[in-house]
Ligand binder design. Structure first.
Ligand code: TLP
Length: 348
């Protein structure tokens, strides 16, 4: 029985074209700024996102941490949504290494934060008793909020409140190209009001490794120093950048297929008794659904599906997450739905 891996789009393998480009990549020592492939990737990413400069990092987590290190001094505060990946899944790096305190405001079901909540959360400047809010974080698409997208207007409203208070806005855009494809807007429109943005090459874009952080030249100059300090200065990293260049040229538009497959998956799951989700809420490639506790726990369902060759994850108790990607086609979606229906029936 062939296995179907829906745990994440991070499981995607590099394409043949990427492997060829990696094998033939022109490289140099990137710590000296001399890797031509890295430089090309950083320039191309910055241009695509409408920012002055880019920086290749090892991962989305490293990019987010570097942004925190760049904007915050010890004792500063970062405001972010209460479902943020940076809060839940990054080992408290912003607190442990940047020394920042995290303040949470609610995320709505699509991953937005309310500008009024943000305004109330930002600390007034000049009070020696309170931390200074130096950074506000947004996430687009929003992982724990079912791949929800922020429109340029959603982002602008939050950014204008943050900027009025003197805080910088970092966008965790791990899947920003999914948002651009879903909204059919140029990616630079989506990020025009944020100070910096990080996107991942190693998720739906299918690269083996890497993220790119983009922002002003001044921000990237500081970020480069932090990257070196935390051990992220890589040498002949052009081998990785070469795959990134292939991704930016040819892997963005196909994300629409992942979105269509996610919608097909969501419609099928919603028709299985005991599983709850609104298929109309699916905007990109992440499908999160509720499992009726009478069937068992999410962990029970993960175990039973695993025995049927379907690999999935659980973002929290009673919820399952499935992520579509380049190795999942319409046939795999139908096969998954059949196996899920069988397993759920047996558990009921
Ligand atoms: N997310 C992973 C897991 O950590 C949950 C996944 O499978 O979705 N920001 C966002 C919004 C992310 O979803 C992720 C990875 C990251 C940052 C971190 O990226 P990496 O894994 O490259 O450090």
């Amino acid at each position: 029985m062939p296995s179907i891996d829906l745990r994440s789009d991070t499981v995607t393998q590099p394409t043949d074209e990427m492997r060829r480009a990696m094998a033939e990549a022109e490289v140099g020592d990137d710590v000296y700024g001399e890797d031509p492939s890295v430089n090309r990737l950083q320039d191309r990413a910055a241009e695509l996102l409408g920012k002055e400069a880019g920086l290749l990092t090892a991962s989305g987590t490293m990019s987010n941490l570097i942004a925190s290190l760049t904007y915050c001094h010890r004792g500063d505060e970062i405001v972010m949504g209460d479902q943020a990946h940076m809060f839940w899944n990054e080992s408290a790096g912003a607190s442990a290494l940047a020394g920042a305190q995290i303040r949470l405001v609610p995320n709505d079901s699509q991953g937005r934060i309310d500008p009024d909540d943000l305004e109330r959360a930002i600390r007034p400047a000049g009070n020696i008793h309170t931390p200074s809010t130096t950074m506000v974080c947004l996430e687009n698409t929003h992982n724990k909020c079912g791949g929800g997208v922020l429109t340029p207007e959603d982002t602008e409203k939050v950014a204008s409140v943050a900027h009025a208070a003197g805080a910088s806005v970092h966008l965790d855009g791990a899947r920003i190209f999914n948002a651009a494809v879903a909204l059919e807007v140029p990616v630079r429109e989506l990020v025009k009001d944020v100070d910096d943005v990080s996107f991942c090459l190693s998720k739906g874009l299918s690269c083996p490794v890497g993220s790119v952080l983009c922002g002003s030249q001044e921000f990237i100059d500081q970020a480069r120093r932090w990257r070196k300090m935390i051990g992220g200065g890589m040498r002949q990293a052009g081998v990785l950048a070469a795959a990134g260049l292939v991704a930016l040229d040819g892997m963005i538009d196909r994300l629409a297929e992942d979105h269509a497959n996610a919608r097909q998956l969501a419609r099928g799951l919603a028709s299985i008794p005991g599983l709850t989700l609104d298929p109309d809420s699916i905007q990109t490639n992440i499908v999160i659904f509720h499992v009726d506790p009478s069937l068992g726990s999410a962990a029970d369902l993960i175990g039973a599906l695993g025995r049927e060759g379907v690999k999935v994850g659980s973002p929290e108790e009673h919820y399952i997450r499935m992520v579509t990607h380049r190795h999942i086609d319409g046939g795999d979606v139908e096969e998954t739905l059949g196996r899920v229906a069988t397993v759920v029936k047996a558990m009921g």
